[in-house]
Design a binder for this molecule. Structure first.
Ligand code: ACO
Length: 331
């Protein structure tokens, strides 16, 4: 069974409540119908029930009737959610009136449901930008203990079976932090190792990427990766992690041996941590397009409860996979 199928099976065995704030978005609704038909997760669709039910009837999405449809304009729970938002944000200057209005924004409603224990995870972004999807999650759900930075990992299913874990690698941060500090990069590395372990089920071997391998170049950007490597080792002493390493030294055994002899990771990395978002985002898209790899994600990590962001160019299948991944993260 391939990994995506295993993730879907795990979701079926441990049903979680996933909230979809874009309940009337056509691809989201089609994915929801499939998820409910296959019993992959319980779903809460946010939106106007009349609109959602009409769309579902027109498309023949008969399983949508199993979803809970939550209307933020009329539901009595909204008072509780608005109060919660006010309490969380009043120190930042939010008024009760503003909280009441903002809580009705489905992206805020979804996060408030999670914070209140009424949902286990959220997936959005088919219609909204990354910033608009993530901001409520940062403000309401916040980070896991010991982590101050949320980041985004991609599962890269590449055809290069000799690399990573039978062709599978986890790349990060490819989605969130434009310019992480050394301390943030260290957290991103530890969070990504956790994602590899929990979602992919393998023991991570983490390479901290740079344009230098073990001092071959001198530059302040290299110093940052060296410092991040040191901090990550302090955070997770048992983790197989090494840096700074070039991409070839990380992946190819002969290059790893010559550029970083004795490294526990060089030549066999299955997790690649990029030094910043420019490198990470460009890097994963190049691998995807040149090698025909399937890139699944971004999977948000370091957040206290799972919230994931879709690309606005996503297809129905992407949404189904991300619902299953969100459910796995919620276990
Ligand atoms: N982790 C945890 N909390 C964060 C993070 C983070 N990475 N970034 C911001 N926050 C928190 C802030 O501390 C702040 O909290 P507070 O209000 O309680 O003090 C809150 O979030 C808002 O912070 P801002 O700095 O105002 O955040 P902003 O909304 O400006 O930016 C954002 C956050 C949108 C994620 C920004 O970092 C961004 O645009 N990143 C790039 C996203 C992107 O375009 N990615 C590429 C596309 S995705 C893809 O191709 C797969």
């Amino acid at each position: 069974m391939d990994l995506m199928q295993q993730i879907i099976e795990r979701a079926k065995q441990n049903k979680r409540r996933i909230v979809l704030p874009e309940g009337d978005e056509p691809r989201t609704l089609e994915a929801a119908n499939h998820v409910l038909k296959e019993s992959i997760a319980d779903l809460i669709l946010i939106g106007d029930p009349m609109v959602i039910k009409k769309m579902a009837a027109e498309k023949g999405f008969e399983h949508i009737e199993k979803a809970v449809i939550f209307n933020p304009e009329t539901d009595p729970k909204m008072e509780q959610y608005a109060n919660l938002l006010y309490e969380l944000r009043k120190a930042k200057g939010m008024t009760e009136e503003q909280a009441k209005d903002l809580a009705k924004n489905p992206l805020y409603t979804g996060c408030l449901m999670i914070k209140s224990g009424d949902a286990d995870g959220e997936l959005a972004g088919a219609r909204n930008t990354t910033g608009n999807t993530l901001r409520p999650a940062f403000q309401i759900i916040k980070t896991k203990p010991g982590i101050s930075v949320v980041s985004g990992a991609l599962l890269m299913f590449t055809p290069a079976k000799h690399l990573g874990e039978d062709g599978l690698l986890v790349f990060a941060d490819c989605a969130v932090n434009p310019c992480p500090t050394a301390a943030e990069l260290a957290q991103i590395a530890v969070s990504t190792a956790d994602t590899a372990r929990k979602i992919c089920g393998y023991e991570p071997r983490v390479a901290m990427l740079s344009f230098s391998s073990k001092g071959s170049a001198k530059h302040e950007l290299v110093d940052k990766v060296v410092e991040a490597t040191k901090l990550a080792k302090e955070m997770a002493p048992d983790l197989m992690l090494d840096g700074e390493l070039q991409a070839d030294a990380s992946l190819i055994p002969s290059v790893g041996q010559s550029k970083a002899p004795g490294s526990p990771v060089a030549g066999k990395a299955n997790v690649l941590v990029f030094p910043d978002l420019q490198a990470g985002n460009i890097g994963y898209k190049l691998v995807e397009r040149f090698s025909g790899a399937a890139a699944v994600g971004p999977i948000l990590q370091g957040i206290a409860a799972p919230v994931n962001d879709l690309s606005r160019g996503c297809c129905v299948d992407d949404i189904i996979k991300m619902i299953a991944i969100t459910a796995n993260q919620a276990m």
